[in-house]
Design a protein around this ligand. Structure first.
Ligand SMILES: [Zn+2]
Length: 201
């Protein structure tokens, strides 16, 4: 496993502590099978679980190996004498109190340990850059349906604008366009990365 793998939250199996609590699984000596379903409600994965004395144990098969993972559960008080449950991330040197654990590379860890933030940040950066770029094109009266604005448009100053203003707007546009292209490229690389992973497994 490469350390810098980039992933998204949407592509992982996840267990939400809230669903465990709602299913009454966090009482002592509770055990059963936890299942994941796709959009059509078909079961896609499953793991055996057991809860005892604040330890949530998961047993599952991953890459033809049987695995066991113990995850500590803690509580904090909330309104009306109730309490809220938390997982303690079992990641090395982590121990974060978290509501969701994600399954990647054969283990359940928090999203920080799995480095799941990367793609989300790249995605939003990309859309912000694209949006800024398009806004600038609209202001300049440039077409939106081209990847590249024709060069001639960049030197033809509209009559209603000062030369300096026009130049500044073109520069700003070009900067947004560069940001947009850079993040598109980063996303594309991350996608290829994931594709390679998929082929490996
Ligand atoms: Zn963690």
């Amino acid at each position: 496993m490469k350390k810098d793998k980039k992933r998204t939250v949407e592509h992982c199996l996840v267990i939400d502590i809230g669903s465990l609590a709602r299913a009454n699984i966090l009482s002592n000596d509770c055990h059963g099978t936890w299942v994941w379903r796709d959009d059509d409600n078909a079961v896609t994965s499953s793991a055996e679980y057991q809860h005892n004395q604040g330890i949530f144990t998961l047993r599952f098969a991953s890459n033809d190996q049987n695995k066991v993972q113990n995850i500590r559960i803690s509580t904090t008080p909330c309104n009306y004498g109730n309490h809220r449950y938390w997982f303690t991330c079992p990641g090395e040197n982590c121990g974060r109190r978290i509501a969701k654990i994600y399954f990647v590379d054969g283990q359940f860890l928090c999203r920080h340990c799995h480095k799941l933030n990367y793609l989300i940040q790249q995605c939003s950066k990309r859309y912000v850059a694209q949006l800024n770029m398009q806004r600038m094109r609209i202001k300049l009266g440039w077409p939106l349906d081209h990847d590249q604005v024709p060069f001639i448009k960049k030197i033809n100053k509209p009559l209603n604008k000062h030369h300096k203003t026009f130049r500044a707007m073109v520069d700003k546009h070009d900067e947004y366009e560069r940001q947009h292209n850079a993040t598109t490229m980063a996303l594309f690389n991350a996608f290829i990365d994931r594709l390679d992973r998929f082929k490996e497994s």
